[in-house]
Design a protein around this ligand. Structure first.
Ligand SMILES: C[S@@+](CC[C@H](N)C(=O)[O-])C[C@H]1O[C@@H](n2cnc3c(N)ncnc32)[C@H](O)[C@@H]1O
Length: 216
């Protein structure tokens, strides 16, 4: 049975579709500061040869390409056709494919992937959507598979925290404020994702969390 959307969720879908349709041609330039994070995600994941990887909310496919370049069978999904069209145009990998899909309702069977990853997308979502996305990632990733989240964070130091927070709110969507103050790690734990490694990136403005899918 389909879940009824709240007003906040309806607004999020409408804003997301419009925003990324407009941003798609420039997104790679805007996201250039994240470039160094892509290979860090792949190496932290440390997936076995032949692993099947899902990149959730892949956008223009940068993270998916970093996995595909290492030979992994990679699928990238996104809500935005415009973002995926950029990914498809750029792709030179036979082992990377892209599909339009909603991350809250993934069109894959349970346990289809060894690894699932979501990079710089959860901060763009209201909490209720974040929860649904994580639930779906857990479902489609095999038990004891790897789930990786790369996204914004805040450094420990009060001064750096203040500066990074006030700088990032200037260009990020409304949900960033709630996301960056929220307890991402307990949220992953509640979804049976056991965090086994954490790395700070972007001078403290970002983090990569690697977890094991501990679903039963
Ligand atoms: C900031 S971009 C990040 C793209 C990419 N992961 C990266 O690291 O550059 C956020 C992406 O999330 C996608 N997105 C947002 N909500 C989504 C949902 N419910 N299902 C699938 N994709 C979604 C947007 O369309 C957009 O392409």
């Amino acid at each position: 049975m389909e879940e009824k959307l709240t007003d906040e969720e309806k607004e999020y879908y409408s804003l997301t579709r419009k925003a990324f349709a407009a941003l798609a041609p420039f997104y790679d330039i805007i996201a250039a500061p994240f470039s160094g994070v892509r290979d860090r995600v792949v190496s932290l994941t440390n997936a076995q040869e032949g692993a099947k990887i899902l990149d959730v909310a892949t956008g223009t496919g940068k993270q998916a390409f970093a996995f595909a370049e290492k030979g992994y069978e990679t699928v990238g999904i996104d809500l935005s056709n415009a973002m995926l069209n950029v990914a498809k145009k750029k792709s030179k990998f036979k082992n990377a494919r892209f599909e339009v899909a909603d991350a809250t309702n993934l069109p894959f069977e349970d346990n289809s992937f060894d690894v699932s990853c979501v990079s710089f997308a959860l901060h763009d979502m209201p909490l209720s959507i974040r929860k649904k996305v994580l639930r779906e990632m857990v479902r489609v990733t095999r038990t004891k598979g790897i789930i990786v989240v790369a996204d914004y964070g805040l450094p420990e130091s009060k001064i750096s925290k203040f500066l990074i927070y006030h700088f990032t709110v200037l260009f990020e969507a409304e949900y960033y404020k709630d996301f960056v103050r929220s307890d991402l790690e307990p949220l992953l734990n509640r979804n049976r994702i056991k965090i086994i490694e954490k790395v700070t990136v972007l001078h403290g403005a970002g983090r990569i969390l690697k977890g094991i899918n501990n679903k039963l």
